[in-house]
Ligand binder design. Sequence first.
Ligand code: GDD
Length: 318
Amino acid sequence: MKALIIGGAGFVGGYLAERLKQDGYDVIITKTEKEQVKGFDGKVYNMDLLVPEQIHFVLKNVLPDCIFHLAAQSSVAVSWKQPATTVDINIKGTIHLLDAVRDLKINPRLLLIGSSEEYGLIKKEDLPVKEDNQTSPNNIYAVTKLCQNIIGTIYAQAYKMDILNIRAFNHLGPKQAETFVTADFCRQVAKIENGQQKPVIFVGNLSAKRDFTDVRDVVRAYSLLSKTGKSGETYNVGSGQSISIQEILDQILALTVVPIQVQIDKNKFRPVDMPEIEADIHKLTKTTGWIPQISLKQTIQDTLEYWRRDCRNARQKL
Ligand code: GDD
């Protein structure tokens, strides 16, 4: 069974490639020209989702049994600053991919990775949120991911394509980019410990509550869904428990002996930020048997250790 990961050089891609290999897939990945892949020894293609000819070329050569579409402009914060780019990559790019599959008359299983952000402003009484809940996206990134979901559903129905939509809630772990909250906080703490930043950590909205899952658990869910998920359906992938960003910060600060002052940085606030989001994961668990295995405490420890190593390595290079 051949699995093609679109966007395989990113944070999730690396973990997914490892997982799929363990689960018996022959893994091939695509990346953009400027990205670098570390620690992957399979076939890698350069592919731009905005250039349909490149997608055709890759699909014709690989003839995948399963496609995991991870490639995206994945940051909510960046989507406020680059809305048009976010729309292009996340919507147009997905359509190019689906059309290439149709044009070539191949029928791989497609997992489109969407986001919990698609739900947007959820009523308190609707938490934990189910897949058939109303969606009210309130930022550009969220709109693009909801569009991807709707387009995926339309193509599955209209063209009988084998498409599964995933709604991934926040994930975290070592190697995640520092644009995301836990990586951002851990990196700052590691820099402070290493004398590369004054003992002040800059933070944004600490009252938001999010549902965090370790990336290694997330990719295990993707692999299981690729085998037992039902075509045309949407699945939440999350832990089922929300936690405030304040609690995440407290857990990180509890792991350091260096005294650190917390400073609110208004520039880190978003024009709109969902107060709380929590996944109902019954559908996923019923379909795959999946439950998260790695605790948040463990993930945070691993992430902080990763940034400590990164800071030490950066210092040694000076
Ligand atoms: N990045 C960041 N930095 N976020 C902060 C900070 C900070 O210093 N302080 C507070 N936050 C808050 C944000 O305002 C937001 O409410 C929450 O922490 C999580 O922010 P991010 O880690 O940037 O993630 P996100 O929720 O915007 O998006 C992530 O999760 C989505 C699923 O819910 C991404 O992984 C998306 O790709 C994913 O779809």
